[in-house]
Design a protein around this ligand. Structure first.
Ligand SMILES: CC(C)(C)c1cccc(C(=O)NCC2(NC(=O)c3cccc4nocc34)CCCCC2)c1
Length: 246
C-alpha cells in the first residue's frame, strides 16, 4: 500500500516507519510511506504555511496554496486514484469496519492539520473524506494519521507474519481482550489462574472466550450489539448472566 502523509512535522512519522509491525511493513515493502511538507511548496522568504484568520479570532489558519501543492504532489507519488483523507475532529470516528475498508484502497493521502485548522477551500475542493480518531482536543492531526496507518497496515496480507492473517488477528474478533499472564506463576502473592497452567487447550480456549465476553459485556456492552454471537458465545453469555451478582 502507498500512503502519503502531508504534515509540517514529517519527522513525527518516524514513530510508525521505524518501529514495530508498521516499521517491519515498511522495511518489507508492504507499506510505502512518503511524508510531504507543505513548507516545501512555499515561495516567500519565511516559507509561510499559515496566516491570520479572516473574521479575526485567536491563532492562525493553514494556507490553501501550500497544502494544495502538497496534495498534488502526494496524489502523484501515491499514484492516480488516491483517496484524500483529512484527519479532523469534524470527521466520522474511525472504527475497525472503516479500517478494513480503507485497507482495500490502492493509495491514501493523509492530511494533518495544525494551528486552528485548514482553510475550508482545501476541504471543499480536494478532500474526499474527513476522519476523526475520537472526541478530545489534539494539537495536530499527525498522531491521528499514524493511528490510522497503524490500524490499516495490519490488514495488509503478510504484515502480521505468514501464520496470522488479518482475520486471525488476535485482537480483531470484535471482543475486548482476555487477561494475559506470563512468568512468574506467583507475582507479589498474586497467582496465575489455574486453568492457564494446565495443558487443557480446549478448556483454556473456552475460559479465554468467556473472559473476553464478560469484559465486553461489563465494559463495552455496545460492542456486543454490533457482533454476531456464535451458539457457544450465546451459551457462555447466558452462564455469565446467571453468575452475575444481582
Ligand atoms: C472533538 C472535539 C473535542 C469536540 C473538538 C472540537 C473542536 C476542535 C477540536 C480539536 O482538537 N482541534 C484541534 C485539531 N484537532 C485534530 O486534528 C483532531 C482532534 C481530535 C480527533 C482527531 N482525529 O483526527 C484529527 C483530530 C488539531 C489542530 C488543527 C485543528 C484540529 C476538538
Amino acid at each position: 500500500m502507498r500512503v502519503a502523509a502531508i504534515s509540517i512535522f514529517p519527522e513525527m512519522f518516524r514513530a510508525i516507519t521505524d518501529y514495530g509491525v508498521s516499521g517491519r511493513a515498511v522495511s518489507e515493502g508492504h507499506l510505502v510511506l512518503d511524508c510531504i511538507n507543505p513548507r516545501t511548496f512555499t515561495h516567500d522568504r519565511h516559507r509561510t504555511v499559515d496566516d491570520r484568520p479572516y473574521g479575526g479570532g485567536p491563532g492562525m489558519v493553514m494556507k490553501a496554496e501550500p497544502l494544495e501543492a502538497a496534495i498534488d504532489e502526494a496524489v502523484e507519488r501515491v499514484g492516480g486514484e488516491a483517496k484524500v483523507i483529512c484527519l479532523s475532529p469534524q470527521g466520522r470516528v474511525l472504527d475497525q469496519a472503516m479500517v478494513e475498508s480503507l485497507a482495500e484502497e490502492p493509495g491514501l493521502v493523509l492530511l494533518s492539520g495544525r494551528y486552528e485548522g485548514i482553510d475550508e477551500r482545501v476541504l471543499e475542493s480536494w478532500v474526499d473524506e474527513e476522519i476523526s480518531i475520537g472526541d478530545y482536543v489534539l494539537s495536530g492531526g499527525e498522531l491521528a494519521a499514524m493511528v490510522l496507518v497503524d490500524a490499516v497496515v495490519r490488514q495488509i496480507p503478510g504484515v502480521l507474519g505468514h501464520s496470522q492473517s488479518a482475520v486471525e488477528d488476535s485482537f480483531a474478533d470484535g471482543l475486548l481482550d482476555c487477561p494475559h499472564y506470563t512468568r512468574p506463576e506467583a507475582h507479589r502473592g498474586s497467582r496465575v489462574p489455574e486453568v492457564l497452567l494446565g495443558g487443557d487447550h480446549e478448556r483454556i480456549r473456552r475460559w479465554r472466550l468467556k473472559q473476553s465476553l464478560q469484559r465486553t459485556l461489563i465494559r463495552r456492552p455496545e460492542l456486543l450489539q454490533e457482533r454476531e454471537l456464535t451458539a457457544e458465545e450465546q451459551r457462555l453469555l447466558a452462564e455469565i448472566e446467571n453468575e452475575r451478582p444481582d
